[in-house]
Design a binder for this molecule. Structure first.
Ligand SMILES: C[S@@+](CC[C@H](N)C(=O)[O-])C[C@H]1O[C@@H](n2cnc3c(N)ncnc32)[C@H](O)[C@@H]1O
Length: 197
């Protein structure tokens, strides 16, 4: 995995900036409940979470990188914390929704995150996550992945079911500025899993 403390200063500029964040937030926001807290896993610099907040959602965020969190803390003062997505500092059944944009593809195994998501979500709550990031990048000129992706749609659907997270909805957003020269911008799929009641 990249060292996101090193990436933090250039992250927004090199990851599509506000156009990418707006596209992600409007895709997620259209599916999120208007009531209750939304936990953004891997909030990063907060660029997507801030846009979700601007759409009227009550967003809190966690991330492992203090460098990334320094930016997020300016965007969402008092609402971000350093934590691992596999050990969330939140009580059971405490949030209405969880989001994860560009997290699960970084992990060796997404299942510990799914287990934590299922623990902190209220029954009926929604987990929205980007999936199949490497496959989405192929039309944008990226090389094939060198390992089985940890964010594959079929894999997450199977692992989610172990934790009572049932596939329920889907959307996508445009990764503005993410293509190699001469290629088209990628469209990133997002799946929604609902926690059984
Ligand atoms: C590609 S960035 C995505 C940031 C943000 N979601 C966005 O879309 O702009 C990945 C982020 O995941 C964070 N991260 C990686 N592993 C993590 C973990 N186990 N728990 C929490 N955050 C993690 C990194 O520190 C980094 O900020």
């Amino acid at each position: 995995m990249l060292d996101y403390d090193d990436e933090a200063a250039e992250y927004d500029r090199t990851r599509g900036g506000l156009p990418r964040a707006d596209a992600a937030a409007s895709a997620l926001g259209a599916l999120l409940p208007q009531q209750g807290v939304v936990l953004d896993l891997a909030v990063g610099t907060g660029i997507v979470a801030e846009r979700l907040d601007a759409l009227g959602h009550r967003v809190i965020g966690i991330d492992l990188s203090t460098g990334m969190l320094r930016h997020a803390a300016r965007r969402l003062p008092g609402r971000v914390a350093r934590a691992d997505a596999t050990a969330l500092p939140l009580p059971n059944d405490s949030v209405a929704a969880v989001t994860a944009v560009w997290l699960l593809h970084l992990l060796d195994d997404a299942e510990p995150v799914l287990a934590e998501v299922a623990r902190v979500l209220r029954p009926g709550g929604l987990f929205l996550t980007t999936v199949d990031k490497a496959a989405a990048m192929r039309p944008a000129g990226a090389l094939p992945p060198t390992r089985i992706p940890s964010d594959g749609c079929a894999l997450l659907t199977a692992l989610g079911a172990r934790h009572r997270l049932r596939l329920s909805t889907a959307t996508s957003f445009l990764g503005h500025g993410q293509a190699r020269p001469g290629y088209e911008d990628p469209n990133y799929p997002v799946l929604g899993f609902r926690l059984e009641t």
